[in-house]
Design a binder for this molecule. Structure first.
Ligand code: HEM
Length: 417
């Protein structure tokens, strides 16, 4: 592998934390190469970016996830030994369960419909407030909707605490020190709570509606006919509730985009559903959320003259691929109309991973995310009025995950109907 650029830094862990979303992109630009080798966390890692790299990364013959997800991320963000760490038939089988939960059933309101109901209720309450912080409100709105959709009981008095716990697990992924420890404590509390709910369903103490995520997780049996431990079922149920709450980050970015691009607001007000979708896609492309993904080489192979040795760690640059000038014209411009003529591809627009979600690890919740973001953008543009005071809407690309610093402050929010 002599011809591939090597980052000579002895260990890049500090650089990764300091450069955040730009760690890989800074180096692919410096070396003029979509692929380079660096040492991170004491290991040699192949870092790569772009469509061809993404296509290879999602080849399950070449890569596995077991061994690629650090324990510190499992203990905060994902839960230990959850779907994110599974491979092969076991992963496909568990993934089928997740995919089945995402299909809208006509008996049940969709997550987006529940979110719209909650926005309407919240806006009525805000009419009495001088000022609100959108990110905080969005977490509560999404937590109520997510628990209702999942069948998880939630008292109104516990909404904010539970919402903060889900959010803190996500906030921990790129952190060391107090923010990371906060995420671990949040996970402990949430797992204890949801494990008890699963146990109550199994013992018959609590009724769960067939088809609801709570019911399906509680009764799921793996290929060998074994049910999950109550804790594992809880971890996987949290794996659908937590990310719905995390959409609060994207919703806050939507508000920033609307504040900073007046023509976008006007086009959203025209009510064109195609534009609404393009706006949401551009928010998911342009604003940072997932920085990178990791996998481990399953059996050694050679690709474009590069030796991928068994056991080596590989990073795919998610943020950099969504900002790759070879794939996007003027990637640093926020421009929803770029999606007008865009051909769909499974590998070049990867805010929630690439490939086929049924076969690999791509996020099963993309449809839900897009629908919830559409409902929320429509709410912000068409269902309320508000003033925007002076505030710091900037976000740091060094912080993972990041967020507009003010959380987006809205003054005098008033529902329009
Ligand atoms: C996986 C991002 C929302 C459930 C993933 C992956 C990413 C991602 C990057 C990993 C892909 C990979 O490893 O190859 C996001 C973002 C979201 C979001 C940015 C918006 C806030 C959701 C929602 C749900 C969900 C709403 C469920 C309702 C999952 C699950 C996995 C996953 C269960 C693991 C899949 C697997 O390992 O096979 N997500 N996601 N996510 N996501 Fe999402």
């Amino acid at each position: 592998n002599e011809r591939i650029p090597h980052d000579k830094t002895l260990d890049n862990s500090v650089n990764l934390l300091e450069e955040g979303y730009l760690f890989i992109k800074n180096r692919t630009e410096r070396y003029q190469s979509d692929l380079f080798i660096a040492r991170v966390l004491g290991k040699k890692v192949i870092c790569m970016s772009g469509k061809e790299a993404a296509k290879m990364f999602y080849d399950t013959e070449k890569f596995q996830r077991n061994g690629a997800v650090p324990k510190r991320i499992q203990k905060s963000l994902f839960g230990e030994n959850a779907i994110q760490t599974l491979d092969g038939p076991e992963h496909i089988d568990r993934k089928r369960l997740f995919m089945s939960l995402m299909a809208a059933s006509n008996k049940q309101k969709s997550v987006a419909e529940l979110v719209t109901d909650e926005w309407t209720k919240a806006a009525k309450k805000w009419a009495k407030e001088e000022e609100i912080v959108l990110f905080d409100e969005a977490k509560d709105v999404l937590c109520r909707a997510a628990c209702k959709w999942a069948g998880v009981p939630l008292e109104e008095s516990e909404v904010s605490e539970r919402a903060n716990d889900f959010s803190d697990m996500v906030d921990a992924f790129g952190a060391v020190g107090p923010r990371h420890r906060k995420g671990r404590r949040a996970r402990k509390r949430a797992e204890a709570w949801i494990t008890e709910v699963i146990e109550d369903v199994r013992s018959g103490k609590r009724q769960a509606k067939e088809g609801s995520p709570l019911y399906e997780m509680a009764q799921y049996k793996d290929e060998d006919g074994n049910e999950l431990s109550a804790q594992m079922a809880a971890i996987e149920l949290i794996n659908v509730v937590r990310p719905i709450v995390a959409i609060a980050i994207y919703i806050t970015f939507e508000a920033v985009a609307l504040a900073q691009h007046r023509p976008c607001r006007e086009e959203l007000q025209s009510g064109d559903p195609k534009y609404l979708e393009m706006f949401v896609q551009e928010v998911r492309r342009y604003y940072p959320f997932t920085p990178l993904l990791g996998a481990q080489v399953k059996t050694g192979f050679i690709w474009n003259d590069v030796k991928f040795k068994q056991g080596m760690l590989v990073f795919l640059d998610v943020y950099g691929t969504n900002h790759d000038p070879n794939l996007w014209d003027n990637p640093e411009q926020f421009r929803p109309h770029r999606f007008d003529t865009r051909k769909e591809s499974l590998y070049d627009f990867i805010p929630q991973g690439g490939g086929d979600p049924k076969k690999g690890h791509r996020c099963p919740g993309e449809g839900i995310t897009i629908e919830v973001m559409k409902a929320s953008a429509d709410f912000l543009a068409n269902k309320i009025t508000y003033d925007i005071p002076e505030q710091d809407m900037s976000y740091s690309l060094a912080k993972m995950p990041t967020l507009p610093k003010s959380g987006f402050i809205m003054q005098n929010p008033q529902p329009l109907d």
